[in-house]
Design a protein around this ligand. Sequence first.
Ligand code: SF4
Length: 491
Amino acid sequence: MCGIAGIYSHKPVAAELYDSIIHLQHRGQDAAGIMTYDDRMHKEKGMGLAKEVFNKTNMELLTGNIGISHNRYPTHGGFSHGEVQPFWTSVPYGIALAHNGNLTNYQELAEEITNKDSRYLNTNSDSEVLLHYFADLLHTNNPPEDSEEFFYLLCSAVTKIFKHVKGAYSVVSLVIGKGLVVFRDPQGIRPLVKGERSNGNGGKDYIFASENTMFYALGYEPKGTVLPGELIYVDEAGNVFNKRLVKKSFNPCIFEYVYFARPDATLNDVSVYRSRLRMGQNLSEAWKKKYPKKTPDIVIPAPSTANTAALSFAHELGVRYSEGLYKNTFIGRTFIMPGQDERKKSVKYKLVPQELEIRDKKVLILDDSIVRGNTSREIVRMLKDFGAKEVYFAVACPPVKSPCFYGVDMPTKEELIAGNMNENEIENYLDVDALLYQKIDDLVEAVTRKGDHHIDTPCMACLDGNYIANDIDDDKIAQMEAMRVNDRNGK
Ligand code: SF4
């Protein structure tokens, strides 16, 4: 997962791009970067949190009213400084690009770019491949003079990308002398929202971002979602050109609603917070049916993504919601940290049980999802150590059985607990007195029940094994998993 933003403004954009990274920090804590342009391209990027990468001195060098930013959470490529986005190339024009997603035909594209197009790739990043592919398609002997002609060229280039580049990609890009370019893959797997703001002179400023979490702070009005298969171009004068180049089914990632997105975000015209409340409602109905005699004394969320679903779950069940696990927010989310050892170590530093809330009670833990199962097992053990009479476990997401190849850094199938155990086995492994997973239909219903959205079927490949872009078979799984393991090992 990553966070991206692109801004066209009537005033310098660097500070607003920095704020965008801060408001998207939950989507990637590994690295951050900003590129802007005026008569030249300006870039600053580095490893770590935004506040560690940027300072007054380097921010002052990021001049210009058009720019893009990126929060990195690696799903492909290594962990070095060279992999940090945005990437840029000087031919043609000077183009910079930041991308959220994962290209599933990365290797084929990389070979084509290096062998056929004689371009040099400096990293293993699929975003660098996408940049060069895009740049090559914009390279012509008769560069367009005006914005309309350039938009036609963009339409032709991005249509070819949509045809040949497989997987998930939401993209913000800047082209020197031309403006800001934004596009989203034909199935809209990764999110991309848009907003507008009056510039006080009768014109408008525009923002495009993975989530609308920074819109209020920066004064932008939400204007819905960039559609799947849509290209948007804002030229230097602020004229906006847009076209939906390809129409396929709209299959946005369901895991954004379960775990990744900030609860105050609205993605694909669906409120993340409301969808989580509905997940809790649906799960409590299922709990009452399956376990009519197992009513907990309290419901404790595994903090903090599960808080919202736990709130409505407890409300529907008529039992007390308790923050019986305190989370130290200064320690990063375990799912995001690379490396099993770090993950194992961090759980008990991250979560502190409150004994008064737990001792002699029947405790139901509600978690957003179970990925490897280690964290869940440790939580159960903690509760028992602190005197819980019985421990139940409810999960807002169905079993995660298959790896994601569309931009979420999930473990390999072998490491996914539900990829290898059935629900009874998981119940025994966690050592709980009852376990309930959300059903897939109930999760889809929770996400799509309300909102003026156009979602056909959300992507749920990690839950049902149906890789929605029709680009993954067993060989591809083996190839992608091997690349992922190599990336983790720094090869
Ligand atoms: Fe999201 Fe899962 Fe689809 Fe990946 S496979 S895009 S995590 S729903």
